[in-house]
Design a protein around this ligand. Structure first.
Ligand SMILES: Nc1ncnc2c1ncn2[C@@H]1O[C@H](COP(=O)(O)OP(=O)(O)OP(=O)(O)O)[C@@H](O)[C@H]1O
Ligand SMILES: [Mg+2]
Length: 221
């Protein structure tokens, strides 16, 4: 079974009585262990597509299967559960809780799994170690650099053991050395069968992916 199948998917936003067609008939399959880069000009629909692939939004038309399940048949609660069990999402702006330590930020998704505090902290510590932040466990986001916050966001996306990791510009805020180590981490997920889909403006980053998808005007070129 493919991790994600999008078949002729469109997404039109409604804004002040006007229709804004952000995606216009996109078809795409993501398999386990895939490493896919999405590139394209600003406004071409990359983030819109990522939100759909991550089950954060639904298509206006077309069929979208996540983990084999047709999202059009799922209630909001079922969608949330599907996201929590299948998808890790890394947002460009991190979305970390500012008053919460790195360790508790990373452990948060496990709350929805019913994991106790001790288990959450242990798994979060493991993930923070994996992204090179064992020494920043008790820091809050405002006590960390941008690159460190980015790595906390990645650790949080991975803590649930997702089958797909979606990352919108994961190296956009990093210096080249830190960016390289984050990329190496993302590439290593392949060995665990995790599919990685990332949006990037960086040609070198895109070139390292197995597959490049170029978006233009809401379509794949
Ligand atoms: N909530 C919204 N309501 C109306 N239009 C929107 C909304 N979100 C995005 N759009 C429009 O949809 C199109 C695609 O936006 P999207 O955010 O997917 O682009 P993008 O490729 O991610 O761009 P960038 O590289 O700048 O992040 C744009 O024309 C944008 O103006
Ligand atoms: Mg975007």
């Amino acid at each position: 079974m493919s991790a994600i199948v999008a078949d002729n998917v469109s997404r039109t936003y409604q804004l002040d009585g006007f229709e804004v067609p952000a995606l216009r008939g996109v078809s795409l399959t993501v398999e386990a262990g895939d490493y896919v880069a999405i590139v394209g000009t600003s406004g071409s629909g990359k983030s819109t597509l990522m939100h759909l692939l991550g089950g954060l939004d639904r298509p206006t038309s077309g069929t979208l299967l996540i983990g084999g399940r047709d999202v059009s048949t799922l209630s909001p609660n079922e969608m949330a559960e599907l996201r929590n069990t299948t998808i890790g999402f890394v947002f460009q702006s991190f979305h970390l809780l500012s008053r919460t330590t790195a360790q508790d930020n990373v452990g948060l998704p496990l709350v929805y799994r019913g994991a106790g505090r001790k288990e959450r902290r242990a798994r979060a510590a493991e993930m923070l170690d994996r992204v090179g932040l064992a020494h920043r466990m008790t820091h809050r986001p405002n006590q960390m650099s941008g690159g460190e916050q980015q790595r906390v966001a990645i650790a949080r996306a991975l803590v649930t053991g997702p089958s797909v990791l979606l990352a919108d510009e994961p190296t956009g805020n990093l210096d080249s050395a830190t960016g390289q180590s984050v990329l190496a981490l993302l590439e290593s997920l392949k060995d665990d069968g995790v599919a990685v889909v990332l949006v990037t403006h960086d040609r070198e980053v895109a070139a390292r992916a197995d597959r490049q998808i170029v978006m233009k005007d809401g379509k794949i070129q």
